[in-house]
Every structure is written in structure tokens, then in C-alpha cells.
Design a protein around this ligand. Structure first.
Ligand SMILES: [Cu+2]
Length: 132
């Protein structure tokens, strides 16, 4: 019996490591090409306090998951407040756009740069988007 346990233990440890390594990639969600992402999920895992890289002049989606999502109001800004950013897409200007669970909002960043994105409903939702 002891021999079986000694054999199984390393296997269990390896399995645990493999599961951990296959965990979520933070900061974004999804289809990547050239290091950029084409959408972000409005979730703690993907949005809050993350930084993502987005391609300039390419449609980019804010996705509010139907199962875990909720009401968000997204704008260019910081810590729950909209801050005017003349380079940001018009949809992100004060007061931002409202989005509900299951909805998707597509915007296009026409100018390269670094954008801070906030949610006026949840001041802890802060996302940095690097457009290149
Ligand atoms: Cu929110």
C-alpha cells in the first residue's frame, strides 16, 4: 500500500501544477493577434486593474457577459470618474456608454496612445488600454 501512495503522490502534484499552468491569462480576453486583443470582458479577471494592448483603427469590443455581467457605464477616465480625452473614441466621452449583461459595445481607437478607461458604476473598475 505504501508503494502505491509513493507512486501516486508525484502524479497528483504534477496534475496540480498542470492545472495551474493552464489557468486564465489575465488582462484580456480573447483572440489575440500580434500581441493585441480584440475584446475585453467586463469582469474583475479581465478588466479591473488590468492593462491590455489593442490595435489602432480596428474594431474593439467591450463584452458584458450574460452570465456574470451587470450594468456598467464605461468612459475614458479613472476611479469611477469620466475624464475628457480628446483622442479617445467618441463613445467613451463623458458620460460614457451604458452596457447591460449580455451586450457588446464596439468602439474603434483611431489614435495610438495609452487610454485609461473607467466605470462610473464601479470605481474599482480601471482598465488601461494601450493602442498601437
Ligand atoms: Cu462596472
Amino acid at each position: 500500500m505504501k508503494k502505491v501512495a509513493a507512486f501516486l503522490l508525484p502524479l497528483l502534484l504534477l496534475s496540480a501544477i498542470a492545472v495551474t499552468a493552464c489557468g486564465k491569462t489575465p488582462g484580456g480576453g480573447g483572440n489575440t493577434s500580434g500581441g493585441t486583443v480584440d475584446h475585453v470582458n467586463l469582469t474583475v479577471d479581465d478588466f479591473a486593474q488590468h492593462s491590455i494592448t489593442v490595435a489602432v483603427n480596428t474594431p474593439f469590443k467591450f463584452v458584458d457577459p450574460s452570465d456574470t455581467g451587470g450594468l456598467h457605464i464605461i468612459c475614458a477616465g479613472d476611479n469611477g470618474k469620466c475624464i475628457a480625452d480628446p483622442n479617445a473614441p467618441q463613445e467613451l466621452a463623458d458620460p460614457g456608454f451604458q452596457i447591460n449583461a449580455g451586450d457588446t459595445k464596439t468602439v474603434t481607437f483611431a489614435k495610438a496612445g495609452t487610454y485609461k478607461i473607467a466605470c462610473t458604476v464601479h470605481p474599482n473598475m480601471n482598465l488601461t488600454i494601450v493602442v498601437q
